[in-house]
Design a protein around this ligand. Structure first.
Ligand code: PLP
Length: 403
């Protein structure tokens, strides 16, 4: 037992369980020497961007890995979403979940397209296809599905609604690289799918992203758009921006692709360890992954039910942070409660009851290659201890904030 009484908790004067901070989304790094060799070659070549050899190779490898026709590597996931949206000709309103990272909504608003927030299904944390139909107006041109936590959203139901109303369907697959749905890799669904390879994702290119699609015309457009619309030297045939991935990022991607299976093995080991140790704590539910599909297991997601634990998710978070376990409240408080959306529609929450409920319950715990099984065991011990003493910890924390 690492804590004998609640006095041993750091918030009440004890010593932290961890000397160093444990983060959510600490970068995974493949073979360092391989990356450095690639960097040396890149410096010798003096070719740092603009369709360099590493970017081309990276795109080819992703196409093979996903079994998709086209991959266009982009400088980050947000710009990839913006470019894909624009290339698909979307305007007016797009239906999106509010329970997502703010970039999903911002990528639209940035282009003066209105994100219309749709509620989620509290069981899956995904946009609820049954609610979508009610949100469709004459201005609606598309739907964004988000594969939150890497678990595919209801692709079939969303495809049906999109078909029925002649809407475009784009997936924000930022969390779902390396995951499958009915045996087919995520990346193969909708009009296009977008990945983020941000440093915090289990597979990273420092910063980076990609749009993948089977649509030849769309791929051509996106290629032009991410390079200012240049179709060759001195020849701009389209409006574009600068969405290019650089060679150093592509080299990191090539390096990390070689280790991707090892990253998944470690994530899965941590997930199983968390799962077995948190499974029977009252009021703590860990989100499960379907082991019959390919998964990246990159998020350890808890739902904290205060009515059973005796203390809120936020108080548990406070205790964990004090112990140097930097858990996160993804995606609190929901996009609809952030600017500019909360000013545009201050009462949007009334239409988003499940989003609000889940946003107040979710806690994301550290995992990845920098988190060892012994760390997981200790994190779980702290959580068990705090929940077992939930009422007392809660009272004490409440009394201290009143003082
Ligand atoms: C769901 C979601 N969408 C979009 C993004 C934006 O990706 P990026 O940070 O690569 O721009 C992220 C992550 O950062 C994300 O989690």
């Amino acid at each position: 037992m690492i804590k004998n009484g609640i006095e041993d908790l750091v918030i009440f004067g004890g010593h932290p369980v961890f000397d160093d901070k444990l983060h959510v989304g600490r970068p995974n790094i493949g073979n360092r020497q391989h990356f450095l060799d690639l960097m040396n070659d890149m410096l010798d070549r003096r070719w740092f961007s603009n369709e360099g050899p590493y970017v081309k190779e990276f795109e080819k490898k992703i196409v093979e890995y996903l079994g998709v026709k086209h991959c266009i590597a982009i400088c980050n996931g947000t710009i990839a979403l913006e470019i894909a949206t624009r290339a698909l000709g979307l305007k007016g309103e797009i239906i999106v979940p509010s329970f997502t990272f703010i970039a999903t909504a911002h990528s639209l608003q940035w282009q003066e397209i209105t994100p219309v927030f749709c509620d989620i299904d509290h069981r899956t944390h995904h946009i609820n296809p049954k609610v979508i139909e009610k949100m469709i107006t004459p201005r609606t041109t598309g739907i964004f599905g988000v594969h939150t936590w890497g678990r595919p959203c209801d692709i079939e139901a969303l495809s049906e609604v999109a078909k029925k109303y002649n809407l475009k369907l784009l997936f924000d697959a930022s969390h779902a690289f390396g995951c499958s749905h009915n045996g087919k890799m995520i990346g193969n669904f909708g009009n296009a799918e977008v990945f983020s390879f941000h440093a915090t994702k289990f597979f990273n290119t420092f910063e980076g992203g990609a749009v993948v699609t089977d649509n030849d015309d769309l791929a051509i457009k996106i290629r032009l758009m991410k390079n200012f619309g240049f179709a060759g030297y001195d020849n701009v045939i389209y409006i574009g921006t600068n969405g290019k991935m650089n060679e150093a990022s592509a080299a990191m991607g090539l390096t990390n692709l070689e280790s991707i299976d090892e990253f998944v093995v470690i994530n899965r080991r941590n997930y199983e360890c968390y799962n077995s140790l948190l499974n029977n704590i009252h009021g703590i539910k860990i989100l499960r992954y379907d082991d019959h599909e390919k998964q990246n297991y990159q998020y350890i997601i808890l739902e904290v039910d205060e009515s059973e634990t005796g203390l809120s998710r936020d108080k548990l978070l406070k205790v964990l942070h004090a112990e140097n376990v930097l858990a996160r409240r993804y995606f609190y408080p929901g996009c609809h409660r952030m600017e500019p959306y909360s000013s545009y529609h201050p009462n949007a929450g009334l239409l988003l009851p499940e989003t609000e409920k889940i946003a107040n319950k979710v806690l994301c715990l550290p995992t990845g290659t920098s988190v060892r099984p012994e760390d997981v065991i200790q994190i779980c011990e702290i959580i068990r201890f705090v929940v077992e003493n939930g009422v007392e910890v809660n009272q004490r924390l409440s009394a201290e904030t009143k003082r």
